[in-house]
Every structure is written in structure tokens, then in C-alpha cells.
Write a protein that binds this ligand. Structure first.
Ligand code: UGA
Length: 473
């Protein structure tokens, strides 16, 4: 067979497969060909999920991102993305012009039109350590009030306490909703802030927790491009899917606290953490990811999900001693940057300290549970002058610390400072001109909590330089 003929045949086969898939989907999932997906909540998860689903879906699919925050929706409709997330703006713009993505604060309309309603509202920690479900319950109430005759698939993306999905029918029942008008799915997300678009497009697994066959078919339709690429599509019950989400984030937290403690041990013994993580990470049972020591894990997920899981486990009288230890180790780690600074400069009162990195990690503007917050609080208490710089998170930090000095570049922050603390590994921090810094600082002291600078250069320019376990021989 000539290659031209073979290509033509392959292309026809592909078209037939696509057509049969579309027809089978229409037959088993919905009774019409145009699909509408509504996402409730336009935070990091909702916005990225909505934009990416619109991008991977055929032209006859419409994604509606809905939020009660009218101001946010107006911004989004004017192409202004309220969060810093790589590649997101491009995808949003492309799908607005494709007419596959739209934004609204008319939540009832968005729900009524939907075949699939995805709940992606925030579930922050409440005073008891578990998730505050008030936004989630309010979303469910609005869904209940706007269910129509055709069965809607309600997909939960928000992280919720174990057992929540099983309680949803009872919640919806309060609004006299027919059980035939909806099907429930728990579909955890595994997106990291800063790389969320990339994580969505290159997902390594899709997990579906449901008791409904129709819902499984609809989820297959939603994620068909990934199924085509042989990405594992795991179907289980809702409770197991809820636990998958907690287990994933808690395992990552364990890994981080573990490697942070090994790095601290390197500091005491002159071991070299970079070589150790390289060598240990080569074992495929361990792998090299999530092995970079740092100033303690932050963000809206790992601190919240470790606390939630231990709190839930206590309720069931199941000890989760490893996670308790990871949380404790993380509290210690967050104090370490100041401890290291004081080892070099015991009296910090009246000194000027520069901080590079305010978000909880690089490539995001999110400051939730950022190690910078407790550090700045302590420095303020100890009467130091604080100059800070972050490429994306300064506006957010101004709400918490309006009175510290916000600088427009790293060098502005470093200029005339007595010490510099690096908390995140933005690319631009890795490229700092050390010779220039040596001329700008009043005293040459650097605490590098991400091990991003070169020890050799630090020695050349006579810095007093502290790292976490970075002792290259
Ligand atoms: C985390 C998970 O990684 C995602 O899979 C999950 O979907 C998400 O929570 C969520 O539940 O929504 P995220 O909070 O965005 O994502 O941030 P990570 O990239 O996981 O980083 C968490 C913390 O660990 C940060 O403070 C980061 O600086 C720190 N970290 C990460 C290290 O110190 N070293 C590493 O090697 C990796």
C-alpha cells in the first residue's frame, strides 16, 4: 500500500471513529448534540478547568464560567484575567473568539442551560480544621433551584471532606428535587498553581467517583481527548475518589517535610542535599519530583489538606501519625529562615532586611500560607526595616503588610540592605548578578532558602551565605 493511500485510509477511519464516538455519546449521555458545561466558581481551579475544557472540546461544546462576583466577571469579559497563571490568558482569548467560552454572573441561567455543572468553589479551612462548606452548600442550593427536566451531571471538583458526595442527595432533597434530575460525580483536580494549564493539558490521570453509568459516559465524553492518548481513566466510588485527592496532597506534604528534614541534617553534618536528592530520586520507587528543600510548604492546598485529613481521621479515631509529623516539621521549617539569619547576624533590631519572593512559591501571585507571612511578622516585631520584591505577589501582600517597603526590582530591594533572604525560586532570582549585589548591600549576608545561588560565587565575593543543606564539596 502506498503511503499516500495509507494516510488517506487512516484519515477516513479516524473520521468514522470520531463520528461514531459523537453519535454514541449523544445516545448515551445527552439527548442533543450541543453540550453546555457550566463551572461554578472562577478561582484558580474553576477558571483553568473552564478555559482548558473549552480549548479541548469540539466547536459544539460551550463552557460557561459563572461566579457570584460581578466585578470579576466584568473583568473576565474584558479579557482581564484576575490571577497570574501562565498561558491562561491566551487560552481564554482564543476560546472567547471561538465562542466556546463565556463568563456570567447570571448563575441560574448558567445552570439551567447546562448538561454538566462543575462545582469549583473554594472550601477553605474552618476553625475546626476541616473544610468550610458554606460556598459549596450555597452552590448546591442554587443548582437545586435551577434543575430542569433533563438530567444534569453535577461534578464536584472542590476538595471536600470524605463522605460529602454521599450526603449530597440528602442536601438536594431539602429543595424537593427529584433524584432523577441529577447524577453526582467527584472528579478531583491535580493542578498546581503556576503550571495549572500545563498540568491540565498533560494530566497523568483522570479519577471519576460516581455510582451512575450515565455519569461515567458523560465524563468519558468530557475527557475523550485524554482517553484517546491512553491517559488512565480510573472509575471508582465517590468516597474513594475523595480520598484519592487527600492522599495525593498529603503524600506530597510527607515527601516535602521529609526532604526538608534531611536537608536540615545536611546542615548539621556538612552533607550535600543536591547530590543526595539526585541519588535518592534516581530510585524509581522514590522519583526525583518534590524533593527540593525549601522554607516550608505553603499555598491553599497542602497546608489545608494535611490539616483536614488529620482532623477527619481523628473523628474516625484513626491515627495519622506520619501526617501529624509532616505538619509539625513544616511549622519548624517556616521558622528556619530567621533562625539562619540570626546565626549570622544575632542582633537584627534596626537592620534592613530584603526579602525576595512573597508568594508561597515561584510563578504565582498567591500568598496563602506563604512562608513570607510569618517571617515578615517576626521581622516587624523585632523592629527591622523590611524591603521586599516579588514579580507577581506584591499587590496581594500589601493587603496584609501595607507598611513595609515594596520595591520595583530585586536590586532596589537589595540596595543598602544588611541582609537578603530568598524565599522563592523565580527564574529572575536565579539570574541575579552577584557582583552587582556585592556592591549594593551594606553587609554581604544572604540566606538562600531555595539553594538557587552558587556557593562558589558567594565565596568569590566574600558573602556570608546560608542555604538549606547545600554543602557542595
Ligand atoms: C498542590 C498539588 O501539587 C497539586 O497537585 C494539587 O492539585 C493542588 O495542590 C491542589 O490541591 O489544588 P500547589 O498548592 O499549587 O499544588 O503547589 P505545589 O506546586 O504542590 O507546591 C506546594 C508547596 O511545596 C510550595 O510551597 C512549594 O514551594 C513547595 N515545594 C514544592 C517545595 O518546597 N519543594 C518542591 O520540590 C516542590
Amino acid at each position: 500500500m502506498s503511503s499516500q493511500y495509507r494516510n488517506k485510509t487512516e484519515s477516513i477511519v479516524k473520521k468514522i471513529l470520531l463520528l461514531s464516538w459523537l453519535l454514541s455519546f449523544t445516545a448515551t449521555c445527552f439527548t442533543h448534540t450541543n453540550t453546555t458545561i457550566t463551572i461554578l466558581g472562577t478561582g484558580y481551579v474553576g477558571l483553568v478547568t473552564g478555559a482548558c475544557l473549552a480549548d479541548i472540546s469540539p466547536n459544539n461544546t460551550k463552557v460557561i464560567c459563572a461566579d457570584i462576583d460581578e466585578k470579576k466577571i466584568r473583568h473576565l469579559n474584558n479579557n482581564h484575567i484576575p490571577i497570574y497563571e501562565k498561558d491562561l490568558e491566551e487560552i481564554v482569548t482564543r476560546n472567547i473568539s471561538r465562542e466556546t467560552l463565556l463568563f456570567t454572573y447570571n448563575i441560574p441561567m448558567a445552570i439551567q442551560q447546562a448538561d454538566i455543572v462543575i462545582i469549583a468553589v473554594g472550601t477553605p479551612t474552618n476553625n475546626d480544621g476541616v473544610s468550610d462548606l458554606s460556598y459549596f452548600k450555597s452552590a448546591l442550593k442554587t443548582i437545586a433551584q435551577n434543575l430542569t427536566e433533563t438530567t444534569k451531571i453535577i461534578v464536584i471538583k472542590s476538595t471536600v471532606p470524605i463522605g460529602t458526595c454521599n450526603k449530597i442527595p440528602a442536601i438536594l432533597d431539602r429543595y424537593n428535587v427529584s433524584p432523577k434530575s441529577y447524577k453526582i460525580v467527584f472528579n478531583p483536580e491535580f493542578l498546581r498553581e503556576g503550571t495549572a494549564v500545563q498540568d491540565f493539558m498533560n494530566t497523568d490521570r483522570i479519577v471519576i467517583g460516581t455510582k451512575s453509568k450515565k455519569a461515567i459516559e458523560c465524563m468519558k465524553m468530557l475527557y475523550q481527548p485524554f482517553i484517546d492518548k491512553q491517559i488512565p481513566f480510573i472509575v471508582t466510588d465517590p468516597t474513594s475518589a475523595e480520598i484519592v485527592k487527600y492522599a495525593s496532597n498529603n503524600f506530597l506534604a510527607l515527601k516535602l517535610s521529609f526532604i526538608n528534614e534531611i536537608a536540615n541534617l545536611c546542615d548539621a553534618t556538612n552533607g550535600d542535599i543536591a547530590t543526595i536528592t539526585q541519588a535518592v530520586g534516581l530510585d524509581p520507587r522514590i522519583n526525583p519530583h518534590f524533593l527540593q528543600p525549601g522554607p516550608g510548604f505553603g499555598g491553599s492546598c497542602l497546608p489545608k489538606d494535611t490539616l483536614a485529613l488529620t482532623t477527619i481521621a481523628k473523628k474516625y479515631k484513626v491515627p495519622l501519625q506520619t501526617i501529624d509529623a509532616a505538619i509539625k516539621a513544616n511549622k519548624y521549617q517556616k521558622k528556619l529562615s530567621l533562625k539562619k539569619l540570626k546565626t549570622i547576624m544575632p542582633n537584627i533590631e534596626g537592620k534592613t532586611v530584603a526579602i525576595l519572593g512573597l508568594a508561597f512559591k515561584a510563578d504565582t501571585d498567591d500568598i496563602r500560607y506563604s512562608p513570607a507571612i510569618p517571617l515578615i511578622k517576626k521581622l516587624v516585631k523585632q523592629k527591622t526595616k523590611i524591603k521586599v520584591y516579588d514579580p507577581a505577589a506584591m499587590e496581594n501582600m500589601k493587603h496584609i503588610f501595607p507598611d513595609i517597603t515594596y520595591c520595583s526590582t530585586s536590586y532596589d530591594a537589595i540596595k543598602e540592605s544588611d541582609a537578603l533572604i530568598i524565599l522563592t525560586d523565580w527564574q529572575e532570582f536565579k539570574q541575579l548578578d552577584i557582583e552587582k549585589i556585592s556592591t549594593l548591600m551594606s553587609e554581604k549576608i544572604i540566606v538562600d532558602m531555595r539553594n538557587i545561588l552558587s556557593t562558589k560565587e558567594m565565596n568569590t565575593f566574600l558573602f556570608r551565605y546560608a542555604t538549606i543543606g547545600n554543602h557542595q564539596y
